[in-house]
Design a protein. Structure first.
Length: 230
């Protein structure tokens, strides 16, 4: 006899709310700007991936299906942590060499809400979901270089797009702006960021393999152990 499905409604609700936060932030941005421009930002693409992944994961938790592959959940975790860290430590930091604090201070109304949803709420809640609601020790060391393909592919896309369109505002982030810094400096920035993101990926895997298991964390759904005949 097959094992009955183990529904996880509270986990489903938490993940549905995270997906809703990402969708809300993206929707607000698209109302105020050209969606084609909005979706050139790593922040928006990552939050879109969060919305899809967490809606999918919420459905699986609600219906009692097994959790998503840690290769997928780890990839979106890394990208959203990168989003939060780059925003708060680089873009919103007035002492950063690539600060956009003056520009960000001009955002008002619901754009302030979207900013917080996309750069703070989703990074924090996705990280808490990983720490509190997922089974430890599911990340493999080989995932690190697989996950890094996503930010590297984005950097290549941003540079190629910038080279093909006319100025101004060809590049979505100041550290990738060839018009301001030139290709040598931008490539140097990309190498530094790639090394930092590699270290972050390895840190996440290390934490995943050493963190304790909590009572709230979901179990893997596996076949019951064989029992002796009576």
């Amino acid at each position: 006899m097959s094992e009955p499905a183990l529904r996880r409604p509270y986990i489903a609700l938490c993940r549905a709310l995270i997906a809703a936060a990402a969708v809300t932030g993206i929707t607000i941005e698209c109302v105020h700007a050209d969606p084609l421009r909005v979706f050139t930002f790593f922040t928006v693409l990552t939050n879109a991936a969060i919305a899809i992944t967490f809606a999918w994961s919420a459905h699986r938790a609600w219906t009692g299906r097994p959790p998503l592959s840690p290769r997928i959940t780890g990839a979106v975790l890394l990208c959203i942590v990168i989003t939060g860290l780059v925003y708060h430590l680089v873009l919103a930091n007035e002492s950063s060499g690539f600060s956009e604090a003056e520009h960000l201070a001009k955002r008002t109304g619901d754009l302030v809400l979207s900013n917080q949803l996309l750069h703070t709420v989703t990074p924090v809640t996705v990280t808490l979901d990983w720490l509190l609601l997922t089974t430890p020790a599911r990340f493999q060391w080989r995932y690190a270089y697989q996950w890094l393909a996503l930010p590297l592919a984005y950097a290549a896309f941003a540079l190629l797009r910038g080279a093909l369109i006319d100025p101004p505002n060809r590049y979505p982030y100041p550290f990738l702006d060839v018009d301001l810094h030139g290709y040598p400096a931008v490539l140097r920035n990309a190498v530094v960021l790639a090394l930092a993101f590699s270290a972050l990926a390895l840190l996440l895997i290390t934490l995943d393999r050493t963190r304790p298991r909590l009572p709230t964390q979901e179990n893997r759904i596996s076949s019951p152990a064989p029992r002796p005949l009576k």
